[in-house]
Every structure is written in structure tokens, then in C-alpha cells.
Design a protein around this ligand. Sequence first.
Ligand code: FES
Length: 128
Amino acid sequence: MTSTSNDSHELGNLDDLQDGEMRVFEDIGDYGIVVCRVNGELYAIEDNCSHADTPLSEGRLRSHNLTCPLHGTSFDVRTGEHSGPPAYEGVSCFRIQIDDGVAVALPSTDEKDPNTGFGGVGGIFQTR
Ligand code: FES
């Protein structure tokens, strides 16, 4: 894997990643990312549950929902939004770029891009 700029990281060829499968890239971002293929599309979210620092890649991917193995909150791999408690917020979601190979772009700030919805932390779940 190669970093192509401050915020873009090449992931190589992911043609062998089948629907419903995940691949972890540990050295990207603060906690690594998990790339998931769902219905032929690739998605990337931070590989760390927002509740208690557990690798989401050890959980189960069903459709677009990746379920944390520890307490069961699921996260939408398209947005990083979470399904509810015990996690109280989503996880960062990153843009996949497909050109000659596959790359992932990390935002330069913690803010979600208002135009694309990528970056930052996915939807806050209101419990009250
Ligand atoms: S560590 Fe993921 S839901 Fe608790």
C-alpha cells in the first residue's frame, strides 16, 4: 500500500474481494479502515467501534450493516451511521476512489464534507 498524497492511500487491486467480504488496512488513519464489498460496490469505514474501541472487522457484515462483535451495535458501511446504543455515535466513513486501482481518501479534518457526506463521524443517534 502506498500513500499517494496527504489524504489518499492506494489499496491495490480489490477485484478478489467478493460480495459480503471485508478487508482490513491497519495502517491507514488512527485505527485502520475496513473495506467492505456489498452488491458489487466498495465502502470504507474506520475499523473501530465508537463505543469501546473494538475492531468492527471482527464483526459480521450483512447487507450494508457491519455489526460490532462486542455489544451488537451495527454501522452502515455507506455512511458510518450507527443503529443505536450502546454506541452513541457513528464512525468515520471514507470515500473510495477507483481508477487504475482502488484508493481511499481520508478527510483532512474531522468534519464531514457537507456536499458528499464523507469523512467525520456518521450520524449521531438521539436517545432522548
Ligand atoms: S464495543 Fe461495539 S457496541 Fe460496544
